[in-house]
Ligand binder design. Structure first.
Ligand SMILES: Cc1cc2nc3c(=O)[nH]c(=O)nc-3n(C[C@H](O)[C@H](O)[C@H](O)COP(=O)(O)OP(=O)(O)OC[C@H]3O[C@@H](n4cnc5c(N)ncnc54)[C@H](O)[C@@H]3O)c2cc1C
Length: 423
């Protein structure tokens, strides 16, 4: 019952060595998820000397655990982003993110990344008639910025998903799905092929700046570089020498069935879209290349939550797809999502020559790739103007623990209540 993506990744684990010497580079990167690996690939492609230090394995954090929805934007729709950041900054971020799925699928193609790319779009599904108002609001905002999204009715939604009880959906043809762990590994592998030094089991334990260079220490080695990118997001393991801001974290779990036979699987997502819904406690579902159905939702299956959340998921599967009621799940995993107060990611400039990127708030595949590339470029060129958002010198959030508890309490209450009603 482990992480499906570990079992099916078309890109093998890198099995990179820990750092056991002192190395010099132009750019040191801490964290081997989409952000760090995309940064390493971009910088190595420019001929820069790059060293990437990952505490565990490439994709150990959110990048190797996620749903695999490659979205064209943040969780917030475009006008909400502009209301939050201001019209000009919001429009700049929206425009950059609109093209980010193209960037992801383009990199996968260019570097031959075996990550099951499917460019069939996503369906944001109305979990109930009440969800349609939210979809109309989003469609209005997306149409206003020229996004080619389309609202479809309940009948079309049922035909495209094979699911029961959905009131409609918003199709975004720019989006799609990938096998996320394979995509993260593929970025790192391509970076290594271009000369980047990738080190796994290389947790950074301290950092300081001497004579204009960052000295980044692991248990057995040291990297020295004038430029530094911290890409540790929700999985940040603190080290002395730099305070990286905390955000709230929410847990998201997923369960996968065995590959479905032709009879039971034919009507389920025949077009291959990835789906999520408008529920207060969000649910997602998608297929993988082997024809499994993967169901996910907010919730922490540890600390006493497993029976509740997994029991809810079994009932939800039966309600959405009655033909699958009783089908067993044979993979189960979960991960932490870093959620900022306003759901907008941040780029922090903690000191000259350093950037930290975090807080994608559940939208990290395309944004992480884009932000990682852009951060590497800004650091190496010394020019921040091409960053998708303006870096801040200081950032702090209050009550992050309380907000984290609020998310999990809400997920437990909603799942308990829905279970009583048959999910
Ligand atoms: C369950 C789940 C579902 C999601 N679904 C989607 C989705 O469908 N679509 C989407 O776009 N986004 C999704 N997301 C969000 C997305 O996965 C993240 O935003 C993204 O992975 C962040 O990438 P990252 O590279 O910034 O961080 P991560 O992938 O979390 O990588 C950070 C890395 O830093 C390493 N690290 C931490 N501290 C240190 C240290 N001291 N020294 C060295 N290394 C260190 C960690 O080991 C980790 O590997 C989901 C997230 C989760 C958890």
């Amino acid at each position: 019952m482990g992480n499906l993506w570990e079992e099916t990744a078309g890109e093998p684990a890198l099995d990179a060595p820990p750092l056991q010497a002192e190395v010099e580079a132009d750019l040191a990167i801490i964290g081997g998820g989409f952000t760090g690996a995309a940064a390493a690939l971009w910088a190595a492609g420019q001929g820069a000397r790059v060293v990437l230090l990952e505490a565990a394995r490439i994709g150990h954090g959110g990048s190797g655990r996620n749903v695999g929805l490659v979205n064209a934007g943040l969780w917030l729709p475009p006008q909400d982003v502009m209301d939050t950041l201001g019209a000009e900054a919001g429009a700049r971020l929206n425009a950059a993110l609109a093209g980010a799925p193209e960037l992801v699928f383009g990199l996968a193609e260019r570097h031959g990344i075996a990550c099951e790319p499917v460019r069939a779009g996503t369906l944001h599904c109305a979990h109930a008639p009440a969800g349609l108002a939210e979809l109309r609001r989003r469609a209005g905002q997306l149409h206003a910025v020229g996004a080619p999204v389309r609202l479809i009715g309940a009948e079309d939604t049922a035909a495209r998903t094979g699911a029961s009880g959905l009131a409609g959906a918003l199709h975004d043809p720019r989006a799609g799905t990938v096998q996320p762990l394979a995509y993260a590994r593929g970025l790192a592998r391509a970076a290594r092929d271009r000369g980047a030094l990738i080190h796994e089991n290389a947790q950074v334990i301290s950092l300081n700046k001497q004579n204009g260079s960052w000295h980044v220490r692991t248990a057995a080695g040291k990297a020295v570089a004038p430029r530094l990118l911290v890409a540790t997001n929700a999985y940040h393991v603190p080290f002395p020498g730099m305070a990286v801001p905390r955000t709230a974290r929410l847990s998201y779990f997923q369960l996968a069935t065995a590959p479905l036979g032709a009879a039971e699987g034919a009507a389920l997502l025949p077009g291959g879209e990835g789906c999520w819904d408008t529920g207060l406690v969000m649910t997602s579902f998608r297929r993988d290349a082997s024809g499994r159905l993967i169901l996910g939702a907010m919730g922490l299956p540890e600390r006493g939550g497993r029976a509740l959340h997994h029991g809810w998921a079994r009932a939800k599967l039966a309600r959405l797809f009655p033909a699958l009621s009783g089908a067993a799940f044979d993979h189960a995993w979960s991960g932490w999502i870093a959620v900022t107060e306003d759901h907008v990611p941040r780029i922090l400039r903690p000191a000259r020559g350093a950037l930290a990127v975090f807080g994608y708030s559940g939208r990290g595949i395309a944004p992480g790739t884009l932000f990682g590339q852009a951060a590497a470029r800004a650091l190496l060129d010394g020019n921040e103007s091409a960053l998708p958002i303006t870096p801040v010198a200081r950032y702090g959030e209050s009550a992050t623990l309380t907000r984290s508890l609020y998310y999990e309490t809400g997920a437990r209450l909603v799942h308990a209540w829905q279970r009583l009603r048959g999910a």
